[in-house]
Design a protein. Structure first.
Ligand code: TYD
Length: 210
């Protein structure tokens, strides 16, 4: 099973992805936890270029291709082999981030993005995507207080509002894959809801395979 966590900045995806992976391991599952961009030596090198605050003049097309290059390497080197062994993959951001950020927010052509993403992932799509949803201003405030500020965080509030709306459009188009989780609550409450959603999805997948 392939689970991704998505959402605007400051929704606590990274913490929740780590907690989810730990909880699944406690249940005896074989879990690979990765984050995007990054997750392999090559992808981590690309991450440094992408998030460097000194790369403020990065062309939108160059940005898109670097995110996709990082993802292609991660899928082929880590994600596909782990899924092939029957393991669970928990990924902190994946292809929907490209549609939300480079598509809905930057304005690159969505039809083209979908085929590029499909090429980069060799057609791999998540079984379950958790949208950790938070108001844009509250999220940016949280991120500024708790985490490292990167090149994309520094975009204007309107950009982040387009990201968030983009995610809602994506979720509405594929409601069976997406679960929208209100991330503006205590960590434990959000984690409990995630466990609930993931348990239900695991049961469905198991039933389908029996
Ligand atoms: P990161 O520090 O990992 O942020 P977060 O904790 O919010 O995930 O930085 C990743 C940044 O890259 C984040 O601002 C979202 C952006 N991004 C894209 O623009 N497109 C993509 O395809 C991906 C994977 C991330």
């Amino acid at each position: 099973m392939f689970i991704t966590l998505e959402g605007p900045e400051g929704g606590g995806k990274t913490t929740q992805a780590q907690r989810l992976a730990a909880w699944l391991r406690e249940m005896g599952k074989n879990v690979l936890a990765v984050r995007e961009p990054g997750g392999t030596q090559i992808s981590d090198a690309i991450r440094r270029i992408l998030l460097d605050s000194n790369s403020s003049n990065m062309d939108a097309r160059a940005e898109l291709l670097l995110f996709c290059a990082s993802r292609a390497q991660l899928v082929s080197e880590k994600i596909r082999p782990h899924l092939a062994q029957g393991g669970i993959v928990v990924c902190d951001r994946f292809a929907d981030s490209t549609l939300a950020y480079q598509g809905y927010a930057r304005g690159l052509n969505l039809t083209f993005l979908r085929s590029l993403v499909d090429f980069a992932t060799s057609g791999l799509t998540p079984d379950l995507t958790l949208l950790l949803d938070i108001d844009v201003t509250a999220g940016l405030r949280r991120k500024a207080a708790d985490e490292e500020w990167n090149r994309l965080d520094a975009e204007e509030v309107d950009f982040h509002a387009r990201v968030r709306n983009g995610y809602h459009t994506l979720a509405a188009a594929e409601p069976r894959r997406w679960a929208i989780i209100n991330a503006d609550r205590a960590l434990d409450i959000v984690a409990d809801e995630i466990h609930h959603v993931v348990s239900a999805a695991l049961t469905t997948v198991t039933d389908m395979r029996e």
